[in-house]
Design a protein around this ligand. Structure first.
Ligand code: 2BA
Ligand code: 2BA
Length: 108
């Protein structure tokens, strides 16, 4: 069994979760925050049999889009610690996946 940790954009999460559950996959949705943009994103935990991993990847590819976003980061200027916002173009990927081996899967 594998545990897929999928970090996706909030906009893509509802349709992705719907597609996964429609196809009988189990999923747990967590609210998360990206360290760089400090904006909300969604982390999904999906526990599946090894042979289903490719199918999950396809469902994620279908639902998750890469987006260019312009954000404003704050930079500190010395001296006096003044914060100046500057615009930054960032390409946020469709999804970041971590696929881990599951040692044990127990239901109590
Ligand atoms: P939920 O996805 O909200 O599922 C609640 C309960 O609904 C499940 O209890 C199960 O009895 C039923 N259920 C879920 N998906 C189903 C489906 N496709 N067909 C028929 N019945 C279904 P549990 O199995 O005890 O799971 C409780 C919670 O644990 C789940 O909440 C989910 O958040 C998480 N979970 C369970 N298995 C998971 C897995 N393989 N990967 C990720 N999260 C899992
Ligand atoms: P954030 O950390 O908010 O990053 C959003 C996007 O900003 C990233 O998109 C990337 O294009 C850019 N970015 C991130 N760190 C950067 C840096 N140090 N310098 C320049 N640009 C940077 P993605 O790579 O598609 O990542 C989307 C979200 O997935 C991330 O949100 C983070 O929450 C998560 N993520 C990505 N890689 C990860 C990793 N290796 N470990 C844990 N979480 C990861």
């Amino acid at each position: 069994m594998k545990l897929i940790i999928a970090i996706v954009q909030d906009q893509d999460a509802p349709s992705l979760v719907e597609d996964l559950t429609e196809q009988e996959f189990r999923v747990t949705k967590l609210a998360s925050t990206g360290g760089f943009l400090k904006a909300g994103n969604t982390t999904l935990l999906i526990g599946v049999e090894d042979e289903e991993v490719e199918k999950i990847k396809e469902i994620i590819e279908r639902n998750c889009k890469t987006r260019e976003i312009t954000t404003s980061l704050l930079t500190v200027t010395m001296p006096g610690d003044t914060y100046i916002p500057y615009p930054l173009e960032v390409r946020v990927g469709g999804a970041t996946l971590f696929i881990l081996d599951v040692e044990r899967h127990i239901k109590i």
